[in-house]
Design a protein around this ligand. Structure first.
Ligand SMILES: Nc1nc2c(c(=O)[nH]1)N[C@H]1C(S)=C(S)[C@@H](COP(=O)(O)OP(=O)(O)OC[C@H]3O[C@@H](n4cnc5c(=O)[nH]c(N)nc54)[C@H](O)[C@@H]3O)O[C@H]1N2
Ligand SMILES: Nc1nc2c(c(=O)[nH]1)N[C@H]1C(S)=C(S)[C@@H](COP(=O)(O)OP(=O)(O)OC[C@H]3O[C@@H](n4cnc5c(=O)[nH]c(N)nc54)[C@H](O)[C@@H]3O)O[C@H]1N2
Ligand SMILES: [Mo]
Length: 890
């Protein structure tokens, strides 16, 4: 500790801080306009200057490191007079009126504190307002040139959209478009709004709804990153969402969906009463009657066809508590293990592949390992669009010099920051990963110590890998051999190296084995079990890791415990039998429905019709059901076409509970608003059905916390996690077996659960492609997502985010567009062996010739009419990433 004197007080402060930070830590507030803890100090505003004994002139507190023995004066009359005159200069041209309208803006607070509230004499200048951006309003009349917006755009988001244009007194803020923010490279993350001290940059939602009067901390309902939000409400509506500054995941940052994607909550077509379909049209009914109806129909089908004829699908968007209660109902009340969730179509291959090699089916490390890594390997994940806060952290790391290897058939944004960018043919992951493993062995790059102590099967692997020299697989992968070697060298030698992977690895007919091949690479190079290393699926939805982990899995009980091992233990806690036979997974349930064997399906928060592959088959399956219960926020496409009953659920903003993010982190979801109308938390709806079926004894939960308490009893690695402990920023990462345990950032430091200290390399033979282009279907269609829509788009289409997105487009290379004579925006028919869809063309340099790409969030397009039937053999995850298609002008 350093000993210093501040304003006559002797203090001891930790080393490594600026004067500003050290003072703040002691509760001494030094005024500033340009400082923000998220940014490198700039010393630009001169407001924070302080006197330091021995210095001729005052120094900027934000840029001057505190040193032992310093004697500092922070608020002398001279300093205060200096501050007042600086503020007066800024205030003069500032528009009148706004200070009193928004007294909480930091600049306005300072004007008030220094008695300068009446100083502004300027008037609003409409010419300085830049209005067309969907989520951010810009009023340069309120800009005081602190340039925090410029710095946060560069230093946190890495977008470089804002610029300082001109010199001297004519300097002004300008987006890189030189016109409006709407036309710029802005990705609407809102970081500039968040840091702006005046309101020159403002969230439109605040202007529309009013200044927030109450703030609630919760977790974002969109993706698996798990950003912590502060939700500001005004008159029972969401007015603003800002990032929690002390959240370890997002560290004061958000993406467009987290910040501006909340409009769905108050959408006019939110379903707020239970509905039953009678003779084709929906009728509102009471909860009592709908619950009796659902219970009666289920009872009837159980009696006539047995428990195998009923299936239940949990929601990766709902809480752990919701999903836990749902799978418990399936197993105890309905007597079936036919229960699954969206992980099936997403990262089930990661869970199975990682569990097989490492003993735990989850990410081995944490986002803070991004900053600890020397090399980052990004495999089949378009991180800057789909996990933007993590993407921004990876970009910043790359800008600081961390090595980056990107593997993706498309030239995604991160490719421009990569040391090595491999652009393989879709579906050649295993070949490519094996070629990297070959290189590691061939060039003697393996981690001898790690392999000797932690890895088995080296000899067999060495023999197995011989046919996979980069030179031998190069042509098949479409990547040159030297680049493959280069990628392997970086990953194996510039250590620690961490990998992140996405659906580009898992949504293939060989998805699970692809994950195993990636895990092999970590074992060979010792990039496991230590900071800055590890193998990390970037999980998709906010709670997809949680939904599966809570037991929405046909062959796993809570804790991802195999049914056969855990059945007796869990049924003892529940006091109820659990069926022995593993259930059908989601894909098999739809097959069984098509075959007439599954009669009733209860689907919670999952739009099957829009998102399952081969929509014709989905349609036939759903049409064949006797009863389809849909529990959602909206009449999604599945409900609209095939639902028999609709149960209106409360959204994540309207209930308590927890989510589990990509890093195994359990975080609190806190009720921010009342649910509209009769909508109820999912678990309450499920519990009411259970009661109607006579099992209230098993489902008498007073609140979400009571459910969590039961979860702790059946899931040993989560037993140390309590709601009370989750009050701390960042919650807790499992394993966390007891209430003293701090949680686990990095897995496998010493050993592999259920396996021991040594893991075994898996010899993965590449399987030949199953979906092959032909003369009739010469193009490969890759499907995936984009920044502004989330999956089925059910929520984002009903929020400001939707305004950025014109609808699904077919991205095509310039070469192919020219060859086929397609013009930008021209509607095109995409036809496959399975079906067809119509959508406009977008000509881009992001996809190579021969490949086209489309998102799947637009019901008017419904691209899954085109995707096919192939599945990964281990998990049945569909091959969304490869469909042979033909393109025709319409
Ligand atoms: N904005 C936004 N964010 C989202 C979502 C959203 O819809 N919108 N959805 C959420 C969900 S549920 C999920 S699962 C995640 C998914 O996030 P990602 O995993 O990033 O998903 P995708 O865009 O489907 O696919 C990723 C990349 O895989 C590449 N790819 C295709 N085939 C191959 C291949 O054979 N090899 C390699 N190496 N790459 C290949 C594609 O070109 C694409 O860039 O995102 C989550 N976050
Ligand atoms: N072609 C193609 N298709 C794909 C993919 C692809 O890459 N290509 N990716 C696949 C992947 S990875 C995924 S994860 C799926 C996603 O498919 P979905 O799970 O259908 O997608 P989401 O948009 O996440 O929709 C979830 C639904 O949950 C509802 N919801 C939100 N919160 C709650 C809640 O608290 N309770 C309840 N009851 N409902 C709620 C929403 O209104 C929405 O209808 O799509 C898959 N489909
Ligand atoms: Mo997903």
């Amino acid at each position: 500790m350093l000993r210093v004197v501040v304003d006559g007080r002797e203090l001891s402060v930790p080393p490594g801080l600026s004067i500003l930070q050290a003072a703040a830590g002691q509760g001494i507030e030094i005024p500033t306009l340009c400082a923000d803890a998220r940014l490198a100090p700039s010393g630009a505003c001169r407001l924070c200057v302080v006197d330091v004994e021995g210095e001729a002139r005052p120094v900027a507190a934000c840029t001057t490191p505190i040193r032992d023995g310093m004697v500092i004066e922070t608020h002398s009359p001279t300093l205060e007079a200096h501050r007042r005159s600086l503020l007066r200069m800024l205030a003069r041209p500032y528009p009148r009126d706004v200070v009193s309208r928004a007294p909480d803006e930091p600049f306005h607070r300072l004007l008030l504190a220094y008695g300068l509230a009446d100083e502004p004499t300027g008037s609003a200048e409409p010419g300085k307002v830049d209005d067309p951006h969907p989520t951010i309003r810009v009023d340069l009349g309120r800009c005081i040139s602190c340039w925090r917006c410029v710095r946060i755009c560069d230093e946190v988001q890495g977008q470089f959209t804002w610029r300082v244009a001109g010199r001297g007194p004519t300097t002004r803020l300008m987006p890189d478009s030189v016109t409006t923010l709407a036309e710029s490279s802005c990705v609407a993350c809102g970081a500039c709004v968040d840091t702006c001290p005046t309101g020159a940059l403002e969230d439109r939602s605040v202007l529309a709804v009013g200044a927030p009067t109450r703030w609630t901390r919760t977790t974002c309902p969109y993706c698996g990153v798990g950003c912590e939000l502060l939700v500001g409400t005004h008159d029972g509506r969401i007015a603003a969402v800002t990032p929690a500054l002390d959240a370890p995941v997002n560290r004061g940052h958000l993406c467009v969906k987290g910040r501006a994607g909340h409009g769905f909550v108050a959408a006019p077509d939110r379903v707020t009463t239970p509905l039953v379909r009678e003779r084709g049209s929906w009728t509102s009914v009471s909860w009592d009657s709908v619950i009796n109806f659902v219970a009666g129909r289920l009872q009837d089908i159980l009696e006539r066809h047995g428990p195998g004829a009923v299936g239940v699908l949990g929601s990766a968007r709902a809480t752990n508590e919701d999903n836990y209660v749902l799978q418990k109902l399936a197993r105890t009340v309905l007597g079936t293990n036919n229960v699954d969730c969206c992980a099936r179509v997403c990262h089930a291959p990661s869970a199975v592949g990682l569990k097989h090699l490492f003993g735990t089916g989850a990410a081995t490390s944490s986002f803070e390992d991004i900053e600890a890594a020397r090399t980052i390997l990004v495999w089949g994940t378009n991180t800057t669009e789909n996990h933007p806060v993590v993407g921004a952290r990876i970009k910043q790391a790359a800008l600081r010099g961390t090595h980056l290897v990107v593997v993706d058939p498309r030239r995604i944004e991160l490719a421009q920051y990569a040391d090595v960018f491999l652009q393989p043919r879709p579906g050649t992951n295993v070949l490519l990963l094996n070629a990297m493993a070959y290189t590691v062995l061939d060039e003697g790059l393996l981690d001898e110590v790690f392999v000797a102590t932690r890895v088995d099967g080296r000899e067999e692997f060495q023999a197995f890998i011989q046919p996979f020299a980069p030179e031998a697989v190069s042509a098949a992968c479409g990547v040159n051999a030297e680049s493959i070697r280069e990628a392997a060298r970086l990953y194996a030698t510039a250590k620690p190296a961490i990998s992140f992977h996405g659906l580009g690895l898992t949504e293939h007919h060989q998805g699970t084995e692809g994950v195993m091949a990636l895990a092999n690479l970590a074992l060979l190079t010792g990039n496991l079990g230590r900071p800055g290393a590890g193998v990390n699926p970037l999980r998709g939805q906010n709670n997809v890791q949680g939904a599966a982990h809570m037991g929405c899995e046909p062959a796993h009980l809570p804790g991802y415990a195999p049914l056969s091992d855990a059945r007796t233990r869990v049924s003892a806690v529940w006091g109820s039998e659990i069926p022995e036979q593993p259930g059908l997974d989601a894909m098999e349930m739809l097959d069984a429905a098509e075959a007439g064997e599954l009669k009733a399906l209860w689907v919670v928060g999952w739009d099957l019709l829009l998102t399952q592959p081969n929509a014709q088959a989905t349609r036939q399956a759903l049409a064949n059901l006797d009863v389809l219960v849909v529990q959602d926020l909206f009449l999604n496409e599945t409900a609209r076409e095939f639902g028999s009953v609709f149960l209106p659920a409360a959204s994540a903003f309207e209930k308590d509970g927890t989510f589990m993010n990509s890093e195994r982190r359990i975080q609190r979801v806190r009720k921010t608003l009342e649910a509209p109308g009769d909508a109820k938390p999912d678990w309450e709806i499920v519990a009411r059905v259970a009661q109607a079926l006579g099992r209230d004894d098993l489902f008498a939960y007073p609140d979400a916390e009571a459910i969590w308490e039961e979860i702790r009893r059946v899931w040993a690695p989560g037993a140390g996690i309590t709601y009370e402990r989750l009050e701390a920023p960042g919650g807790l990462q499992w394993p966390c077996p007891d209430t003293q345990h701090p949680g686990t950032r990095i897995l496998h430091e010493q050993s592999f659960p259920g396996i021991g200290p040594v893991a075994t390399l898996e010899r993965v033979d590449p399987q030949p492609a199953v979906e092959v282009p032909s003369v009739e279907f010469p193009f490969v269609l890759v499907t995936g997502r984009g920044l502004y829509q989330f999956n089925a788009g059910t929520m984002t289409r009903r929020a400001a985010t939707g305004e950025f997105h014109p609808g699904d487009r077919l991205a095509i290379s310039e070469r192919d567009a020219q060859r086929l004579d397609f013009a930008e925006a021209q509607p095109i028919r995409v036809r496959s062996r399975y079906g067809q869809a119509l959508l406009p063309v977008e000509i881009t340099d992001r996809v190579p010739a021969g490949i086209v790409f489309a998102t799947f969030s637009d019901p008017r397009v419904s691209i899954n009419q085109v995707t096919g039937t192939h599945r990964d053999p281990y998990t049945h995850t569909p091959e969304y990433k490869v469909t042979a298609v033909n393109l025709e002008a319409t």
